[in-house]
Design a protein around this ligand. Structure first.
Ligand SMILES: [Mg+2]
Length: 371
């Protein structure tokens, strides 16, 4: 029983010190910092009163139930005074760079999850500070000094628990989950709160009588594998507060995507095909800039009623350029037409990424002279 072996093995490992740092309402806080008129007011970054989706909401907006990824129309209904602000990603990227420099004062084992979130492994740290909680305090103070923004932090012995901990005293707070407390913390938690268990899996667990971490821990690993496949082993471990995933400083990007929400819903295949062109170009430009290519193309379609579907195709070899990408996305889209309800959003994503150098190497014929 592999899962149980993992538990035994755990006792022999060095206890790590992991910090998860998460900026508070990041995009919205940057906008409020830079524009005093927005301070103390409900702000949504992204979207508009009529269309699109909220990318981030200020705490004043959250009081009204406004959340990120919420359609703007719903957000405006919940909070009629909501102020919509255009995102300024170049500013967010610059702030993100500043916070990474703060992290680097303590460790080089930094794994960014997004512009405003990262895991740090401070088991060994540059200033030789023994208590990770102290490091988290120093980092949050320094971030405030340098950027004028608040961050929250979670401190624990693995990534899974550190991420849960950073939410406990948000905003502008921090929490620690010690090895002694880890298993009982997980036991009391609703499975829907587990990072990596989405609403669909949580619902399936409910049907199997699993509502909390304790319920999950009671299930044998064979049972979990039978119902959840490969993820069964992962659930078995996290139910015991065990997560051996290292902090990976050079995390490989898993996908590059672009999407667009339209002013008017699209019913016509030709019109939809035209919208794919700039999306494919945008994705390809981003890949080129990073020296990447990929083999899996995914098309995302969101309908007027917000139902969302995806269609994917994985090629034997890497996509060669924007035109390839466009043609494959169009090929995935054609069978979806004619549509009964309008299309409000289209997205194109390239994944199964590899570096262009790597891809070219793989394509080189064997026995090429001179190699
Ligand atoms: Mg955040």
């Amino acid at each position: 029983m592999e899962g149980a072996d993992q538990v035994g093995e755990d006792a022999q490992r060095v206890i790590r010190k992991i910090i998860h740092v998460d900026m508070d309402a990041f995009y919205a806080s940057v906008e409020q910092r830079d524009n005093p008129d927005l301070r103390g007011k409900p702000v949504a970054v992204g979207g508009s009163a009529a269309r699109g989706v909220v990318a981030a909401a200020s705490y004043e907006a959250r009081v009204f139930g406004v959340r990120s990824a919420m359609p703007s129309v719903t957000a405006k209904r919940r909070c009629p005074d909501l102020i919509f602000v255009k995102p300024r990603f170049e500013v967010y990227r610059a702030v993100s760079q500043q916070i990474r420099e703060v992290f680097a004062e303590h460790t080089d084992l930094i794994e960014p999850l997004s512009l405003d979130e990262a895991y740090l492994d401070v088991t060994q740290n540059k200033q030789g500070i023994p208590i990770a909680t102290d490091i988290a305090l120093m980092i949050r103070d320094r971030i405030r000094q340098v950027t004028g923004l608040n961050a929250s932090a979670g401190i624990s012995y693995n990534k899974f628990l550190a991420k849960l901990a950073s939410d406990l005293n948000k905003p502008n707070g921090q929490a620690v989950i010690t090895p002694a407390r880890g298993p009982s913390f997980v036991a009391e938690l609703a499975v829907g709160k587990f990072h990596g268990i989405g609403p669909a899996t949580a619902a399936k667990m409910q049907r199997l009588g699993i509502a909390t971490g304790a319920d999950l821990r009671d299930k044998p690993v064979e049972f979990l594998r039978q119902h959840f496949g490969k993820s069964g082993d992962w659930y078995f471990r996290i139910a015991r507060g065990i997560d051996h995933r290292p902090v990976e400083p050079h995390r490989i990007r898993k996908s590059v995507g672009a999407e667009d929400t339209f002013d008017c819903d699209i019913f016509d295949l030709d019109a939809a095909c035209r919208e794919i062109v700039p999306l494919a170009q945008k994705v390809w430009r981003a890949c080129e800039g990073k020296g990447l290519t990929g083999r899996t193309v995914t098309l995302k379609v969101k309908y007027a009623d917000f139902q969302q579907i995806t269609r994917s195709r994985t090629l034997a070899g890497p996509v060669g350029g924007a035109e390839d990408l466009r043609a494959i996305a169009v090929g995935l889209m054609q069978p979806l037409f004619p549509v009964e309800k309008g299309v409000r959003l289209l997205g194109v994503t390239l994944s199964s990424l590899e570096s262009v150098d790597e891809a070219q190497e793989l394509q080189l014929p064997l026995g090429l002279p001179g190699l």
